[in-house]
Ligand binder design. Structure first.
Ligand SMILES: Nc1ncnc2c1ncn2[C@@H]1O[C@H](COP(=O)(O)OP(=O)(O)OP(=O)(O)O)[C@@H](O)[C@H]1O
Ligand SMILES: [Mg+2]
Length: 606
Protein backbone atom coordinates (compact mmCIF):
# COMPACT_ATOMS: atom_id res chain seq x y z
CA UNK A 1 0.00 0.00 0.00
CA UNK A 2 1.57 3.32 -0.96
CA UNK A 3 1.64 5.99 1.70
CA UNK A 4 2.06 9.74 1.63
CA UNK A 5 5.67 10.77 2.18
CA UNK A 6 5.51 14.55 2.58
CA UNK A 7 7.66 16.27 5.22
CA UNK A 8 4.53 17.12 7.20
CA UNK A 9 3.48 13.54 7.11
CA UNK A 10 6.96 12.41 8.21
CA UNK A 11 6.89 14.91 11.04
CA UNK A 12 3.43 13.70 12.08
CA UNK A 13 4.51 10.06 12.18
CA UNK A 14 7.56 10.99 14.27
CA UNK A 15 5.39 12.96 16.69
CA UNK A 16 2.92 10.09 16.86
CA UNK A 17 5.69 7.65 17.78
CA UNK A 18 6.93 9.95 20.57
CA UNK A 19 3.35 10.29 21.81
CA UNK A 20 2.93 6.53 21.83
CA UNK A 21 6.24 6.07 23.65
CA UNK A 22 5.07 8.57 26.28
CA UNK A 23 1.71 6.85 26.63
CA UNK A 24 3.42 3.52 27.00
CA UNK A 25 5.74 4.54 29.85
CA UNK A 26 6.43 8.20 30.51
CA UNK A 27 9.07 7.48 33.17
CA UNK A 28 10.99 5.06 30.97
CA UNK A 29 10.92 7.53 28.06
CA UNK A 30 12.21 10.23 30.40
CA UNK A 31 15.00 7.97 31.72
CA UNK A 32 16.01 6.62 28.31
CA UNK A 33 15.95 9.99 26.60
CA UNK A 34 17.61 11.68 29.60
CA UNK A 35 20.39 9.09 29.37
CA UNK A 36 20.70 9.80 25.63
CA UNK A 37 21.11 13.52 26.34
CA UNK A 38 23.60 13.06 29.20
CA UNK A 39 25.38 10.38 27.18
CA UNK A 40 25.61 12.85 24.29
CA UNK A 41 27.93 15.07 26.34
CA UNK A 42 30.29 12.16 26.83
CA UNK A 43 30.24 10.86 23.27
CA UNK A 44 33.89 11.80 22.62
CA UNK A 45 35.28 10.28 25.84
CA UNK A 46 37.72 7.53 24.89
CA UNK A 47 41.24 6.27 25.51
CA UNK A 48 42.43 8.83 22.94
CA UNK A 49 42.08 11.50 25.65
CA UNK A 50 45.29 10.03 27.15
CA UNK A 51 47.10 11.53 24.16
CA UNK A 52 45.69 14.97 24.92
CA UNK A 53 46.77 14.61 28.55
CA UNK A 54 50.25 13.58 27.48
CA UNK A 55 50.39 16.57 25.14
CA UNK A 56 50.26 18.89 28.14
CA UNK A 57 52.64 16.86 30.32
CA UNK A 58 56.06 18.13 31.35
CA UNK A 59 58.72 16.62 33.57
CA UNK A 60 58.99 18.56 36.85
CA UNK A 61 61.20 16.21 38.82
CA UNK A 62 63.02 12.94 38.43
CA UNK A 63 60.29 10.61 37.24
CA UNK A 64 57.60 13.16 38.14
CA UNK A 65 55.38 14.69 35.47
CA UNK A 66 52.80 17.41 35.73
CA UNK A 67 50.09 18.37 33.29
CA UNK A 68 50.15 22.09 32.61
CA UNK A 69 47.89 24.59 31.08
CA UNK A 70 49.24 28.09 31.17
CA UNK A 71 45.91 29.87 31.22
CA UNK A 72 45.78 32.66 28.66
CA UNK A 73 42.49 34.12 27.58
CA UNK A 74 39.78 33.56 25.04
CA UNK A 75 37.31 36.23 23.90
CA UNK A 76 38.48 38.32 26.84
CA UNK A 77 37.83 35.56 29.37
CA UNK A 78 40.83 34.41 31.40
CA UNK A 79 41.31 30.65 31.44
CA UNK A 80 42.57 29.16 34.73
CA UNK A 81 46.17 28.05 35.00
CA UNK A 82 46.28 24.33 35.71
CA UNK A 83 49.10 22.26 37.04
CA UNK A 84 48.31 18.82 38.35
CA UNK A 85 50.33 15.67 38.57
CA UNK A 86 50.14 13.36 35.57
CA UNK A 87 49.02 10.48 37.82
CA UNK A 88 46.13 12.52 39.19
CA UNK A 89 45.16 13.52 35.63
CA UNK A 90 45.19 9.86 34.55
CA UNK A 91 43.12 8.80 37.57
CA UNK A 92 40.65 11.62 36.81
CA UNK A 93 40.49 10.38 33.24
CA UNK A 94 39.76 6.82 34.47
CA UNK A 95 36.98 8.20 36.71
CA UNK A 96 35.51 10.07 33.75
CA UNK A 97 35.69 6.96 31.57
CA UNK A 98 34.04 4.82 34.28
CA UNK A 99 31.24 7.38 34.63
CA UNK A 100 30.79 7.44 30.85
CA UNK A 101 30.60 3.65 30.73
CA UNK A 102 27.93 3.62 33.49
CA UNK A 103 25.88 6.26 31.63
CA UNK A 104 26.20 4.42 28.32
CA UNK A 105 25.17 1.14 29.94
CA UNK A 106 22.19 2.82 31.55
CA UNK A 107 21.28 4.38 28.21
CA UNK A 108 21.53 1.04 26.40
CA UNK A 109 19.37 -0.84 28.91
CA UNK A 110 16.72 1.87 29.22
CA UNK A 111 16.52 2.28 25.46
CA UNK A 112 16.21 -1.44 24.98
CA UNK A 113 13.38 -1.67 27.51
CA UNK A 114 11.65 1.32 25.97
CA UNK A 115 11.98 0.26 22.34
CA UNK A 116 11.14 -3.41 22.82
CA UNK A 117 8.28 -2.39 25.09
CA UNK A 118 7.07 -0.18 22.25
CA UNK A 119 7.36 -2.89 19.61
CA UNK A 120 5.71 -5.44 21.89
CA UNK A 121 2.83 -3.10 22.65
CA UNK A 122 2.26 -2.63 18.94
CA UNK A 123 2.30 -6.38 18.37
CA UNK A 124 0.09 -7.09 21.37
CA UNK A 125 -2.43 -4.53 20.13
CA UNK A 126 -2.48 -6.30 16.77
CA UNK A 127 -2.70 -9.72 18.39
CA UNK A 128 -5.53 -8.58 20.63
CA UNK A 129 -7.43 -6.90 17.78
CA UNK A 130 -6.95 -10.04 15.71
CA UNK A 131 -8.29 -12.25 18.47
CA UNK A 132 -11.47 -10.18 18.71
CA UNK A 133 -12.01 -9.09 15.13
CA UNK A 134 -14.90 -10.40 13.08
CA UNK A 135 -14.26 -13.80 11.54
CA UNK A 136 -15.05 -12.52 8.07
CA UNK A 137 -12.43 -9.80 8.40
CA UNK A 138 -9.79 -12.26 9.59
CA UNK A 139 -10.56 -14.67 6.76
CA UNK A 140 -10.08 -11.96 4.19
CA UNK A 141 -6.43 -11.33 5.21
CA UNK A 142 -3.49 -13.40 4.13
CA UNK A 143 -2.10 -15.41 7.06
CA UNK A 144 1.47 -14.70 6.02
CA UNK A 145 0.77 -10.97 6.10
CA UNK A 146 -0.28 -11.20 9.74
CA UNK A 147 2.55 -13.56 10.67
CA UNK A 148 5.04 -11.21 9.08
CA UNK A 149 3.66 -8.26 11.04
CA UNK A 150 3.71 -10.16 14.31
CA UNK A 151 7.20 -11.62 14.04
CA UNK A 152 9.38 -10.33 11.22
CA UNK A 153 8.80 -6.64 11.69
CA UNK A 154 9.74 -6.23 15.34
CA UNK A 155 13.33 -5.10 14.73
CA UNK A 156 12.17 -2.62 12.19
CA UNK A 157 9.70 -1.01 14.59
CA UNK A 158 12.35 -0.64 17.28
CA UNK A 159 14.68 0.81 14.62
CA UNK A 160 12.00 3.24 13.57
CA UNK A 161 11.37 4.50 17.13
CA UNK A 162 15.12 4.68 17.81
CA UNK A 163 15.63 6.85 14.72
CA UNK A 164 13.04 9.32 16.03
CA UNK A 165 14.74 9.59 19.43
CA UNK A 166 18.14 9.88 17.80
CA UNK A 167 16.84 12.63 15.57
CA UNK A 168 15.48 14.61 18.52
CA UNK A 169 18.69 14.14 20.50
CA UNK A 170 20.78 15.34 17.55
CA UNK A 171 18.44 18.32 17.07
CA UNK A 172 18.81 19.30 20.73
CA UNK A 173 22.59 19.05 20.63
CA UNK A 174 22.81 20.93 17.36
CA UNK A 175 20.72 23.72 18.98
CA UNK A 176 22.94 23.81 22.08
CA UNK A 177 26.10 24.11 19.98
CA UNK A 178 24.47 26.72 17.75
CA UNK A 179 23.53 28.82 20.78
CA UNK A 180 27.06 28.49 22.08
CA UNK A 181 28.46 29.45 18.68
CA UNK A 182 26.09 32.45 18.44
CA UNK A 183 27.53 33.78 21.70
CA UNK A 184 31.00 33.67 20.16
CA UNK A 185 30.25 35.05 16.70
CA UNK A 186 26.71 35.38 15.52
CA UNK A 187 27.75 36.26 11.97
CA UNK A 188 29.76 33.09 11.61
CA UNK A 189 27.09 30.98 13.24
CA UNK A 190 24.31 32.37 11.05
CA UNK A 191 26.46 31.52 8.02
CA UNK A 192 26.94 28.04 9.44
CA UNK A 193 23.19 27.58 9.91
CA UNK A 194 22.61 28.70 6.34
CA UNK A 195 25.20 26.25 5.04
CA UNK A 196 23.64 23.44 7.12
CA UNK A 197 20.19 24.31 5.81
CA UNK A 198 21.54 24.23 2.25
CA UNK A 199 23.17 20.87 2.87
CA UNK A 200 19.88 19.57 4.30
CA UNK A 201 17.96 20.84 1.29
CA UNK A 202 20.47 19.11 -0.97
CA UNK A 203 19.70 15.89 0.88
CA UNK A 204 15.92 16.10 0.41
CA UNK A 205 15.84 14.02 -2.80
CA UNK A 206 17.83 11.32 -0.98
CA UNK A 207 15.28 11.30 1.84
CA UNK A 208 12.40 10.97 -0.58
CA UNK A 209 14.10 8.11 -2.33
CA UNK A 210 14.81 6.44 1.04
CA UNK A 211 11.11 6.55 1.83
CA UNK A 212 10.24 4.95 -1.52
CA UNK A 213 12.90 2.26 -1.18
CA UNK A 214 11.77 1.58 2.41
CA UNK A 215 8.26 0.96 1.11
CA UNK A 216 9.54 -1.34 -1.64
CA UNK A 217 11.72 -3.26 0.82
CA UNK A 218 8.68 -3.67 3.05
CA UNK A 219 6.61 -5.08 0.19
CA UNK A 220 9.47 -7.38 -0.84
CA UNK A 221 9.79 -8.77 2.66
CA UNK A 222 6.03 -9.42 2.80
CA UNK A 223 6.19 -11.18 -0.56
CA UNK A 224 9.09 -13.39 0.58
CA UNK A 225 7.22 -14.23 3.76
CA UNK A 226 4.22 -15.28 1.72
CA UNK A 227 6.34 -17.42 -0.62
CA UNK A 228 8.00 -19.16 2.34
CA UNK A 229 4.72 -19.86 4.08
CA UNK A 230 3.11 -21.20 0.88
CA UNK A 231 6.16 -23.31 0.16
CA UNK A 232 6.19 -24.84 3.67
CA UNK A 233 2.48 -25.58 3.48
CA UNK A 234 2.86 -27.18 0.05
CA UNK A 235 6.25 -28.81 0.57
CA UNK A 236 4.93 -32.35 0.27
CA UNK A 237 2.83 -31.48 -2.75
CA UNK A 238 5.82 -29.81 -4.35
CA UNK A 239 8.06 -32.83 -3.66
CA UNK A 240 5.54 -35.29 -5.07
CA UNK A 241 4.79 -33.24 -8.15
CA UNK A 242 8.48 -32.37 -8.61
CA UNK A 243 7.70 -28.68 -8.64
CA UNK A 244 10.21 -27.61 -5.99
CA UNK A 245 12.21 -25.87 -8.69
CA UNK A 246 9.22 -23.67 -9.50
CA UNK A 247 9.01 -22.55 -5.86
CA UNK A 248 12.77 -22.16 -5.79
CA UNK A 249 12.84 -19.95 -8.86
CA UNK A 250 10.00 -17.82 -7.50
CA UNK A 251 11.86 -17.44 -4.24
CA UNK A 252 15.13 -16.73 -6.02
CA UNK A 253 13.47 -14.01 -8.06
CA UNK A 254 12.02 -12.42 -4.91
CA UNK A 255 15.34 -12.73 -3.06
CA UNK A 256 17.27 -11.23 -6.00
CA UNK A 257 14.78 -8.42 -6.18
CA UNK A 258 15.22 -7.82 -2.48
CA UNK A 259 19.00 -7.82 -2.82
CA UNK A 260 18.86 -5.32 -5.63
CA UNK A 261 16.56 -2.96 -3.69
CA UNK A 262 18.76 -3.35 -0.58
CA UNK A 263 21.76 -2.61 -2.76
CA UNK A 264 20.10 0.56 -4.06
CA UNK A 265 19.35 1.53 -0.48
CA UNK A 266 22.96 0.88 0.65
CA UNK A 267 24.24 2.89 -2.33
CA UNK A 268 21.85 5.70 -1.55
CA UNK A 269 22.86 5.80 2.12
CA UNK A 270 26.57 5.73 1.33
CA UNK A 271 26.21 8.42 -1.36
CA UNK A 272 24.16 10.65 0.91
CA UNK A 273 26.67 10.16 3.72
CA UNK A 274 29.64 10.84 1.44
CA UNK A 275 28.09 13.94 -0.12
CA UNK A 276 27.24 15.26 3.27
CA UNK A 277 30.79 14.76 4.50
CA UNK A 278 32.15 16.42 1.39
CA UNK A 279 29.75 19.31 1.84
CA UNK A 280 30.92 19.73 5.41
CA UNK A 281 34.59 19.72 4.33
CA UNK A 282 33.86 22.41 1.72
CA UNK A 283 31.96 24.43 4.31
CA UNK A 284 34.84 24.14 6.81
CA UNK A 285 37.39 25.28 4.22
CA UNK A 286 35.19 28.24 3.27
CA UNK A 287 34.78 28.99 6.94
CA UNK A 288 38.57 29.06 7.44
CA UNK A 289 39.14 31.25 4.40
CA UNK A 290 36.41 33.71 5.36
CA UNK A 291 37.22 33.88 9.07
CA UNK A 292 41.02 34.02 8.80
CA UNK A 293 41.68 35.77 5.51
CA UNK A 294 38.64 37.98 4.96
CA UNK A 295 37.41 38.75 8.47
CA UNK A 296 40.89 38.31 9.96
CA UNK A 297 39.65 36.79 13.19
CA UNK A 298 42.26 35.66 15.75
CA UNK A 299 43.27 31.98 15.48
CA UNK A 300 42.07 30.89 19.02
CA UNK A 301 38.60 32.24 18.24
CA UNK A 302 38.58 30.49 14.87
CA UNK A 303 39.66 27.21 16.51
CA UNK A 304 36.84 27.36 19.07
CA UNK A 305 34.32 28.26 16.38
CA UNK A 306 35.63 25.45 14.23
CA UNK A 307 35.19 22.96 17.06
CA UNK A 308 31.63 24.21 17.60
CA UNK A 309 30.94 24.14 13.86
CA UNK A 310 32.20 20.59 13.57
CA UNK A 311 30.01 19.49 16.48
CA UNK A 312 27.01 21.10 14.77
CA UNK A 313 27.93 19.47 11.46
CA UNK A 314 28.23 16.09 13.15
CA UNK A 315 24.77 16.45 14.62
CA UNK A 316 23.30 17.58 11.33
CA UNK A 317 24.80 14.46 9.81
CA UNK A 318 23.10 12.38 12.52
CA UNK A 319 19.86 14.24 11.73
CA UNK A 320 20.18 13.30 8.10
CA UNK A 321 21.12 9.67 8.84
CA UNK A 322 18.34 9.11 11.34
CA UNK A 323 15.75 10.76 9.08
CA UNK A 324 16.85 8.42 6.30
CA UNK A 325 16.64 5.27 8.45
CA UNK A 326 13.33 6.45 9.93
CA UNK A 327 11.85 6.73 6.46
CA UNK A 328 13.19 3.30 5.56
CA UNK A 329 11.80 1.61 8.69
CA UNK A 330 8.52 3.49 8.94
CA UNK A 331 6.60 1.19 6.55
CA UNK A 332 6.92 -1.66 9.10
CA UNK A 333 5.39 0.50 11.82
CA UNK A 334 2.67 1.65 9.43
CA UNK A 335 1.93 -1.88 8.31
CA UNK A 336 1.26 -2.95 11.90
CA UNK A 337 -0.77 0.20 12.52
CA UNK A 338 -2.86 -0.36 9.39
CA UNK A 339 -3.56 -3.98 10.23
CA UNK A 340 -4.38 -3.15 13.85
CA UNK A 341 -6.70 -0.31 12.84
CA UNK A 342 -8.43 -2.51 10.36
CA UNK A 343 -9.05 -5.28 12.86
CA UNK A 344 -9.95 -2.81 15.60
CA UNK A 345 -12.64 -1.41 13.33
CA UNK A 346 -14.34 -4.77 13.25
CA UNK A 347 -13.75 -5.19 17.01
CA UNK A 348 -15.47 -1.84 17.54
CA UNK A 349 -18.38 -2.97 15.39
CA UNK A 350 -18.70 -6.18 17.41
CA UNK A 351 -21.07 -6.28 20.40
CA UNK A 352 -19.38 -5.12 23.58
CA UNK A 353 -21.67 -6.91 25.98
CA UNK A 354 -22.05 -10.64 26.29
CA UNK A 355 -25.73 -11.26 26.77
CA UNK A 356 -26.39 -14.64 28.38
CA UNK A 357 -28.71 -17.12 26.70
CA UNK A 358 -30.29 -20.12 28.43
CA UNK A 359 -28.94 -23.57 27.71
CA UNK A 360 -30.54 -25.20 24.68
CA UNK A 361 -33.84 -26.67 25.84
CA UNK A 362 -35.55 -27.57 22.61
CA UNK A 363 -33.84 -26.50 19.40
CA UNK A 364 -31.77 -24.04 17.42
CA UNK A 365 -33.60 -22.89 14.31
CA UNK A 366 -32.51 -21.08 11.18
CA UNK A 367 -35.29 -19.32 9.28
CA UNK A 368 -34.80 -18.18 5.69
CA UNK A 369 -31.14 -17.45 6.31
CA UNK A 370 -29.07 -16.07 3.44
CA UNK A 371 -25.46 -15.02 3.34
CA UNK A 372 -22.83 -13.90 0.83
CA UNK A 373 -19.16 -13.28 1.51
CA UNK A 374 -18.96 -10.12 -0.57
CA UNK A 375 -21.56 -7.45 -1.31
CA UNK A 376 -23.37 -8.18 -4.58
CA UNK A 377 -21.81 -11.61 -4.85
CA UNK A 378 -23.82 -14.76 -5.39
CA UNK A 379 -25.10 -16.10 -2.09
CA UNK A 380 -23.08 -18.86 -0.42
CA UNK A 381 -26.27 -19.62 1.56
CA UNK A 382 -29.79 -18.98 0.22
CA UNK A 383 -33.03 -19.07 2.22
CA UNK A 384 -31.96 -21.89 4.49
CA UNK A 385 -34.47 -23.07 7.07
CA UNK A 386 -33.44 -25.86 9.41
CA UNK A 387 -33.72 -27.10 12.97
CA UNK A 388 -31.09 -28.62 15.28
CA UNK A 389 -33.10 -30.54 17.85
CA UNK A 390 -31.91 -31.12 21.40
CA UNK A 391 -30.34 -34.50 22.19
CA UNK A 392 -30.57 -35.58 18.57
CA UNK A 393 -28.02 -36.04 15.83
CA UNK A 394 -28.67 -33.67 12.95
CA UNK A 395 -26.64 -34.30 9.82
CA UNK A 396 -25.83 -31.66 7.26
CA UNK A 397 -24.65 -33.18 4.05
CA UNK A 398 -23.73 -31.83 0.67
CA UNK A 399 -20.97 -31.73 -1.90
CA UNK A 400 -17.80 -29.73 -1.48
CA UNK A 401 -18.44 -26.00 -1.75
CA UNK A 402 -22.18 -26.39 -1.12
CA UNK A 403 -21.98 -24.07 1.92
CA UNK A 404 -21.85 -26.47 4.89
CA UNK A 405 -19.00 -24.77 6.77
CA UNK A 406 -20.48 -21.36 5.99
CA UNK A 407 -23.77 -22.49 7.51
CA UNK A 408 -21.95 -23.76 10.61
CA UNK A 409 -20.13 -20.41 10.93
CA UNK A 410 -23.52 -18.67 10.77
CA UNK A 411 -24.87 -20.91 13.54
CA UNK A 412 -21.75 -20.16 15.61
CA UNK A 413 -22.28 -16.44 15.15
CA UNK A 414 -18.90 -16.09 13.41
CA UNK A 415 -20.69 -14.77 10.33
CA UNK A 416 -23.79 -12.62 10.35
CA UNK A 417 -26.74 -13.54 8.10
CA UNK A 418 -27.61 -10.96 5.44
CA UNK A 419 -31.24 -12.05 5.73
CA UNK A 420 -33.30 -14.33 7.92
CA UNK A 421 -33.01 -15.14 11.58
CA UNK A 422 -31.52 -17.63 14.00
CA UNK A 423 -33.59 -18.64 17.02
CA UNK A 424 -32.63 -20.54 20.14
CA UNK A 425 -35.75 -22.07 21.71
CA UNK A 426 -37.79 -19.36 20.00
CA UNK A 427 -35.51 -16.55 21.21
CA UNK A 428 -34.25 -14.52 18.28
CA UNK A 429 -30.47 -14.48 18.51
CA UNK A 430 -28.89 -11.02 18.57
CA UNK A 431 -25.18 -10.48 17.85
CA UNK A 432 -24.38 -9.97 21.55
CA UNK A 433 -25.88 -13.39 22.42
CA UNK A 434 -23.58 -15.53 20.29
CA UNK A 435 -20.58 -15.45 22.64
CA UNK A 436 -22.74 -16.97 25.37
CA UNK A 437 -24.22 -19.45 22.86
CA UNK A 438 -20.69 -20.53 21.88
CA UNK A 439 -19.99 -21.33 25.54
CA UNK A 440 -22.42 -24.20 25.06
CA UNK A 441 -20.65 -25.56 22.00
CA UNK A 442 -17.76 -27.95 21.49
CA UNK A 443 -16.57 -27.66 17.91
CA UNK A 444 -14.21 -29.74 15.81
CA UNK A 445 -13.39 -28.21 12.46
CA UNK A 446 -12.28 -29.56 9.11
CA UNK A 447 -8.59 -29.33 9.94
CA UNK A 448 -7.99 -30.82 13.37
CA UNK A 449 -5.11 -28.59 14.39
CA UNK A 450 -3.57 -29.62 17.69
CA UNK A 451 -1.46 -27.57 20.09
CA UNK A 452 2.23 -28.33 20.35
CA UNK A 453 2.14 -30.43 23.53
CA UNK A 454 1.26 -33.95 24.60
CA UNK A 455 -1.93 -35.89 23.89
CA UNK A 456 -3.01 -35.04 27.43
CA UNK A 457 -2.37 -31.31 26.88
CA UNK A 458 -4.62 -31.47 23.85
CA UNK A 459 -7.35 -33.37 25.65
CA UNK A 460 -7.36 -30.73 28.39
CA UNK A 461 -7.20 -27.78 25.97
CA UNK A 462 -10.80 -26.60 26.57
CA UNK A 463 -11.19 -27.28 30.27
CA UNK A 464 -9.95 -25.23 33.20
CA UNK A 465 -9.77 -28.21 35.58
CA UNK A 466 -7.91 -31.31 34.35
CA UNK A 467 -10.48 -34.10 33.86
CA UNK A 468 -10.05 -37.31 35.85
CA UNK A 469 -8.49 -40.40 34.27
CA UNK A 470 -11.85 -42.18 33.92
CA UNK A 471 -13.32 -39.29 31.96
CA UNK A 472 -10.25 -39.23 29.71
CA UNK A 473 -10.51 -42.99 29.15
CA UNK A 474 -14.23 -42.65 28.29
CA UNK A 475 -13.61 -39.84 25.81
CA UNK A 476 -10.78 -41.74 24.14
CA UNK A 477 -13.03 -44.78 23.88
CA UNK A 478 -15.92 -42.80 22.40
CA UNK A 479 -13.57 -41.16 19.89
CA UNK A 480 -12.06 -44.54 19.00
CA UNK A 481 -8.66 -43.20 20.06
CA UNK A 482 -8.04 -45.50 23.02
CA UNK A 483 -6.04 -48.17 21.20
CA UNK A 484 -3.72 -45.94 19.30
CA UNK A 485 -2.99 -43.74 22.34
CA UNK A 486 -2.20 -46.77 24.50
CA UNK A 487 0.17 -48.06 21.81
CA UNK A 488 2.24 -44.86 21.91
CA UNK A 489 5.49 -45.17 23.90
CA UNK A 490 4.48 -42.49 26.37
CA UNK A 491 0.73 -42.99 26.05
CA UNK A 492 -1.11 -39.83 27.03
CA UNK A 493 2.21 -38.07 27.58
CA UNK A 494 3.40 -38.59 24.02
CA UNK A 495 4.24 -35.26 22.31
CA UNK A 496 2.16 -34.60 19.19
CA UNK A 497 4.56 -32.12 17.53
CA UNK A 498 3.83 -28.75 15.98
CA UNK A 499 0.11 -28.65 15.05
CA UNK A 500 0.02 -32.42 15.73
CA UNK A 501 2.48 -33.20 12.92
CA UNK A 502 3.72 -36.40 14.62
CA UNK A 503 0.28 -38.02 14.38
CA UNK A 504 -1.60 -39.22 11.31
CA UNK A 505 -4.48 -37.11 10.01
CA UNK A 506 -7.06 -39.58 11.39
CA UNK A 507 -5.29 -39.76 14.78
CA UNK A 508 -5.31 -35.98 15.00
CA UNK A 509 -9.05 -35.96 14.27
CA UNK A 510 -9.72 -38.57 16.95
CA UNK A 511 -7.72 -36.64 19.57
CA UNK A 512 -9.62 -33.46 18.62
CA UNK A 513 -12.99 -35.25 18.91
CA UNK A 514 -12.03 -36.73 22.30
CA UNK A 515 -10.98 -33.23 23.49
CA UNK A 516 -14.33 -31.80 22.37
CA UNK A 517 -16.18 -34.56 24.21
CA UNK A 518 -14.13 -33.90 27.34
CA UNK A 519 -15.32 -30.31 27.44
CA UNK A 520 -18.79 -31.68 28.37
CA UNK A 521 -20.61 -28.97 26.53
CA UNK A 522 -24.28 -29.52 25.68
CA UNK A 523 -23.81 -29.04 21.91
CA UNK A 524 -21.22 -30.78 19.76
CA UNK A 525 -20.54 -29.64 16.19
CA UNK A 526 -18.35 -31.82 14.02
CA UNK A 527 -17.55 -30.21 10.66
CA UNK A 528 -16.09 -33.01 8.51
CA UNK A 529 -14.32 -34.12 11.68
CA UNK A 530 -14.19 -37.75 10.58
CA UNK A 531 -13.19 -37.11 6.96
CA UNK A 532 -9.70 -38.59 7.40
CA UNK A 533 -10.92 -41.78 9.07
CA UNK A 534 -11.46 -45.22 7.60
CA UNK A 535 -15.04 -46.41 7.38
CA UNK A 536 -14.74 -48.66 10.45
CA UNK A 537 -13.22 -45.99 12.73
CA UNK A 538 -15.85 -43.57 11.53
CA UNK A 539 -18.64 -46.03 12.44
CA UNK A 540 -17.15 -46.55 15.92
CA UNK A 541 -17.18 -42.78 16.46
CA UNK A 542 -20.71 -42.43 15.12
CA UNK A 543 -21.81 -45.13 17.60
CA UNK A 544 -20.02 -43.15 20.30
CA UNK A 545 -22.05 -40.08 19.32
CA UNK A 546 -25.27 -42.01 19.94
CA UNK A 547 -24.05 -42.61 23.50
CA UNK A 548 -23.53 -38.88 23.85
CA UNK A 549 -27.04 -37.98 22.69
CA UNK A 550 -28.43 -40.43 25.23
CA UNK A 551 -26.41 -38.59 27.85
CA UNK A 552 -27.92 -35.25 26.78
CA UNK A 553 -25.69 -33.88 24.02
CA UNK A 554 -27.09 -32.21 20.93
CA UNK A 555 -25.02 -33.00 17.86
CA UNK A 556 -24.58 -31.44 14.45
CA UNK A 557 -22.68 -33.64 12.09
CA UNK A 558 -21.38 -32.10 8.88
CA UNK A 559 -20.17 -34.37 6.12
CA UNK A 560 -19.94 -34.81 2.41
CA UNK A 561 -19.82 -38.63 2.74
CA UNK A 562 -23.42 -39.93 2.74
CA UNK A 563 -22.57 -42.95 4.95
CA UNK A 564 -22.06 -40.55 7.86
CA UNK A 565 -25.75 -39.69 7.94
CA UNK A 566 -26.87 -43.27 8.64
CA UNK A 567 -26.78 -42.67 12.39
CA UNK A 568 -28.50 -39.27 12.19
CA UNK A 569 -32.03 -38.55 13.44
CA UNK A 570 -32.54 -35.71 10.98
CA UNK A 571 -30.80 -35.02 7.73
CA UNK A 572 -30.47 -31.86 5.67
CA UNK A 573 -29.06 -32.06 2.18
CA UNK A 574 -27.42 -28.85 1.04
CA UNK A 575 -26.54 -28.08 -2.54
CA UNK A 576 -25.31 -24.78 -3.91
CA UNK A 577 -26.26 -23.01 -0.67
CA UNK A 578 -29.87 -24.32 -0.66
CA UNK A 579 -31.54 -27.10 1.26
CA UNK A 580 -32.61 -29.73 -1.30
CA UNK A 581 -34.02 -32.39 1.00
CA UNK A 582 -34.68 -32.70 4.70
CA UNK A 583 -36.29 -34.98 7.27
CA UNK A 584 -35.69 -38.36 8.84
CA UNK A 585 -33.30 -40.50 6.83
CA UNK A 586 -35.92 -43.17 6.12
CA UNK A 587 -38.36 -40.56 4.74
CA UNK A 588 -35.77 -38.98 2.49
CA UNK A 589 -34.61 -42.34 1.20
CA UNK A 590 -38.13 -43.23 0.08
CA UNK A 591 -37.56 -41.13 -2.99
CA UNK A 592 -35.14 -43.38 -4.85
CA UNK A 593 -34.38 -40.63 -7.38
CA UNK A 594 -33.85 -38.11 -4.62
CA UNK A 595 -30.58 -36.29 -4.12
CA UNK A 596 -29.43 -38.21 -1.04
CA UNK A 597 -30.50 -41.61 -2.39
CA UNK A 598 -28.43 -41.00 -5.50
CA UNK A 599 -25.44 -39.82 -3.42
CA UNK A 600 -25.58 -42.93 -1.27
CA UNK A 601 -25.86 -45.18 -4.31
CA UNK A 602 -22.84 -43.57 -5.93
CA UNK A 603 -20.85 -43.92 -2.67
CA UNK A 604 -21.76 -47.61 -2.44
CA UNK A 605 -20.71 -48.10 -6.09
CA UNK A 606 -17.39 -46.37 -5.54
N1 LIG B 1 -13.68 -16.72 3.23
C1 LIG B 1 -14.39 -16.85 2.10
N2 LIG B 1 -14.48 -15.80 1.25
C2 LIG B 1 -15.18 -15.91 0.10
N3 LIG B 1 -15.84 -17.00 -0.27
C3 LIG B 1 -15.80 -18.08 0.52
C4 LIG B 1 -15.07 -18.06 1.75
N4 LIG B 1 -15.20 -19.27 2.33
C5 LIG B 1 -15.98 -20.01 1.52
N5 LIG B 1 -16.34 -19.29 0.43
C6 LIG B 1 -17.20 -19.75 -0.66
O1 LIG B 1 -18.45 -20.13 -0.14
C7 LIG B 1 -18.92 -21.32 -0.73
C8 LIG B 1 -19.23 -22.37 0.36
O2 LIG B 1 -18.03 -22.72 1.01
P1 LIG B 1 -18.03 -23.68 2.25
O3 LIG B 1 -16.65 -23.69 2.80
O4 LIG B 1 -19.11 -23.30 3.16
O5 LIG B 1 -18.35 -25.08 1.56
P2 LIG B 1 -18.39 -26.52 2.21
O6 LIG B 1 -19.71 -27.11 1.86
O7 LIG B 1 -18.03 -26.47 3.63
O8 LIG B 1 -17.27 -27.27 1.36
P3 LIG B 1 -16.28 -28.45 1.82
O9 LIG B 1 -17.06 -29.72 1.84
O10 LIG B 1 -15.28 -28.43 0.72
O11 LIG B 1 -15.73 -28.08 3.13
C9 LIG B 1 -17.87 -21.77 -1.71
O12 LIG B 1 -18.27 -21.40 -2.98
C10 LIG B 1 -16.64 -21.00 -1.31
O13 LIG B 1 -15.86 -20.67 -2.42
MG1 LIG C 1 -16.48 -27.21 4.77
Amino acid sequence: MSQPNSSIDTFKSGARIVQELAQLNRTRLFLAFGAMIIGGFFDGVSILIVLVILGGAQQVDDGQYNVFHDGGEIFGYALPEISISLNLALVMFLGLLAFTIVIMRFRATQLNLLLFGFANTQRLALFSALSQASWQDIQSRRDSDIEHALTGEIDRITGCAYSVLNFIQAAIFASIYILFGLAISWQMMVSLILVSALLWLGMTPFLRRSARLGQTLQENRGQQYQLISTFLARLKQARVSNTEQQHLSEFREAADNHTSVSQSFARLTATAHGMFQFGIAVAVILFLIVSLQILQRPIPEVVVLLVVALRVALRVQVLQGSAQSFLAERPAWRHIQDLTKRFEKSVAAAPTVKEPVPEIGNCLELKDVSFSYEENETSAISDVTLKIEKDKITALIGPSGSGKSTLVDLMLGLLEPKNGEIRLDGLQMQPEMFASWRDQIAYVGQEATLINGTIRDNLCAYVSEPPDEDAIADALWLANAEDFVMDLNLGLDEPVGERGALLSGGQRQRVAIAAAMLSFRPVLILDEATSALDWESQQVILNGLSHLTNAGTTILLVAHRPSVVLSADNVYVLDNGRIRESGALSDIMEDKDGYLARMIQSEVKS
